[in-house]
Design a protein around this ligand. Structure first.
Ligand code: HAS
Ligand code: CU
Length: 563
């Protein structure tokens, strides 16, 4: 059955192959990302063991001073560095492969990468020297060395510069291909970069106008309320900056890997546009308990949070429909039984399927957080890290691991080392995370605070004890899985070159209906960017003006270091 005029079938030309320089460039992003994940993840189990009274920090104390320094390294390296470097590297790949041609200005991207790397090194020094033990949210009055703030700024600016490289490539492609729908994966990568650019204005202003001058001694004090508002302006959309590359893979690649097609090109695009417009104006859902934010603004952001829930529901529907189509083509039957026919022996597919399954539960805990009254129960408890280990540490991280199972062989020209171990790695992460995150959610409901070395507590309610132990057991299982992942990546990277026929191609899914049949309004940047800008101004403008006019630099921060 053809749903489209054969003249529209333009996809017949052979796919563009990455040049050696492009492979190397993407490879460097991956090296930094995976190294950060490795180092950052070593601190996770230290915290998890601490919960049940096994304090390993005392043995590394000459180097790392406290639970909080470990927690900061864990959060910054895993949530900020692993994600950002992986995402920018992956976006290079989807823009190049999607558009089927090199970047229009590759030097811009090269500069962007170097700026990110210099920023990372600059931020790493104070982190390691205990001069930036301020956790990954760096809320004042906790004060870090200026080098930490400047380093973070450079990482963000570097990612903006690479973003400019993506926009220019997309603009050039559209000029040369008038009337043709932009390829979905490239479009989606550019939407994510654009969303990130709008979102990061918050922390850019926070750091440049408040934290950096304060840490350099140019101002005496800071305003924690305004700083938190700037931070969450960026902090919430940050989570979708992490999520959307996983969605690019789920919509645009996974259906092909599973042996099927994308169920709806239009729905896939619609969900990305929705993320562009509603990712930013929801940040106050992190500030429901902040006294300085009037309740009406909390209410507006709570309502908008329900609307950003919608594109994820759309994604669950479209991706599962694509997977069902693939499974039935492979002979799968039954209402649920078709799931067994998916290629569970492919580590890349398994990792992403398990990521999606746990994300359903992450979505449930997200909706709980978003409900004002329930948030008052779970805010600042272990529930919140329970939630974000299902989202960023599973939906996102397992998807990125799954992607790297074809991406690293593709860019190195090697075969994946030991695919069976890679499948096992995904299952071990899945099991470890179920144990860990369920225990964290339970602890949260029982009132256990987050960001607290609970093992040090003089008194722990009896009903916490079993859950604290399960946190430690989950952490140990996750550590095993992480080591398996790093081993597979290392052995793949240092392995011998493979026969080109054995090297995986970039999986790009066709959609069931030809993309030319997708309505034009789902392929136009300008109107969506205007709506995004307007919504940000409406949802943040009045509060920002009010908080800036009433700014009170009353928090000196100096000598404010409880560890
Ligand atoms: Fe969240 C706190 C609300 C999603 C990350 N979140 C956090 C924090 C982080 C984080 C890091 O409203 C802590 C920040 C801090 O340190 O203080 N979150 C939400 C809501 C969503 C949500 C409504 N969060 C995420 C994602 C994250 C993330 C995604 C990272 C990537 N979150 C909150 C709120 C707070 C919060 C409050 C503040 C809490 C507080 O009090 O401090 C939604 O976007 C979730 C929508 C998700 C779904 C699930 C759809 C399911 C899909 C799976 C399909 C299945 C497949 C597999 C493909 C509706 C798409 C099929 C498999 C087969 C075998 C067939
Ligand atoms: Cu949020």
């Amino acid at each position: 059955m053809t749903l489209v005029d054969p003249e529209l079938q333009t996809a017949a030309k052979p796919p563009y192959q990455l040049s050696p320089q492009e492979r190397k460039f993407i490879g460097w992003h991956m090296i930094v990302a995976i190294a950060a994940l490795f180092v950052g993840s070593l601190f996770g189990p230290l915290q998890a063991f601490e919960f049940s009274g096994l304090n390993l920090y005392q043995y590394i104390e000459p180097v790392f001073k406290s639970y909080y320094q470990g927690l900061t390294l864990h959060g910054v390296l895993n949530a900020l560095v692993w994600t950002t470097f992986f995402i920018v590297g992956f976006t290079n790949l989807v823009v190049i492969k999607g558009l089927g041609r090199p970047l229009s200005h590759p030097k811009i991207n090269l500069v962007g990468f170097w700026v990110m790397l210099i920023g990372l090194l600059m931020a790493a020094a104070p982190l390691l020297l205990n001069q930036a033990t301020v956790l990954y949210t760096f809320y004042p009055p906790l004060k870090a060395s200026w080098a930490f703030y400047l380093g973070l700024t450079l990482v963000v600016v570097g990612s903006w510069i690479e973003g400019v490289g993506f926009y220019l490539s997309m603009i050039a492609w559209r000029r040369d291909n008038k009337g043709v729908r932009s390829p979905f994966i490239a479009m989606a990568g550019v939407v994510n970069a654009a969303m990130w650019q709008i979102a990061t204005l918050g922390i850019a202003i926070e750091i440049l106008t408040m934290l950096l001058p304060w840490s350099l001694g140019l101002t005496d004090a800071t305003d924690p309320q305004l700083a938190r508002t700037y931070f969450w302006f960026t902090g919430h959309p940050l989570v979708y900056f992490w999520l959307l590359p996983a969605y690019i893979s789920w919509y645009g690649m996974l259906p092909k890997q599973a042996g099927g097609k994308l169920f709806s090109d239009s729905l896939a695009r619609l969900s990305f546009w929705m993320f562009l417009i509603v990712s930013v104006p929801v940040g106050f859902h992190h500030q429901f308990t902040d006294p300085g934010v009037p309740v009406v603004w909390k209410w507006i952001h709570a309502v908008l949070t329900y609307s950003v829930f919608f594109p994820s529901m759309l994604t669950a529907f479209t991706v599962i429909a694509s997977l069902e189509y693939a499974a039935r083509r492979r002979g799968g039957t039954g209402i649920i039984g078709w799931v067994r026919a998916l290629p569970w022996n492919d580590p890349s597919v398994t990792s992403q399927l398990l990521a999606g399954i746990l994300f359903m539960f992450g979505g449930v805990s997200g909706l709980t957080n978003a409900s004002y009254n329930l948030n008052l129960v779970v805010h600042n408890t272990a529930w919140v890290p329970g939630h974000f280990h299902l989202t960023v540490a599973t939906a996102v991280t397992m998807s990125f691991m799954g992607i790297s199972y074809w991406l690293v062989p593709h860019i190195t020209g090697k075969k994946l080392w030991n695919p069976k171990l890679a499948v096992a790695q995904a299952w071990v992460w899945f099991v470890g995370m179920i144990v860990f995150s369920n225990a964290m959610h339970m602890l949260g409901l029982l009132g256990a605070p987050r960001r607290t070395p609970l093992g040090e507590a003089l008194y722990v309610p009896e009903e916490w004890e079993g859950h604290l132990l399960r946190v430690s057991i989950g952490g140990a299982i996750l550590l095993v899985s992480l080591l398996m992942y790093v081993l597979v990546m290392l052995k793949t990277a240092i392995g011998p070159k493979a026969d080109p026929a054995d090297v995986p191609e970039v999986p790009i899914a066709e959609s069931m209906r030809h993309p030319q049949l997708t309505p034009t309004w789902l392929d136009r940047f300008k109107p969506w960017l205007i709506v995004a800008g307007l919504l940000v101004v409406l949802s943040y403008g009045p509060q920002l003006v009010d908080q800036i006019l009433n700014m009170d630099l009353n928090s000196p921060g100096t000598n404010f270091r409880p560890w």
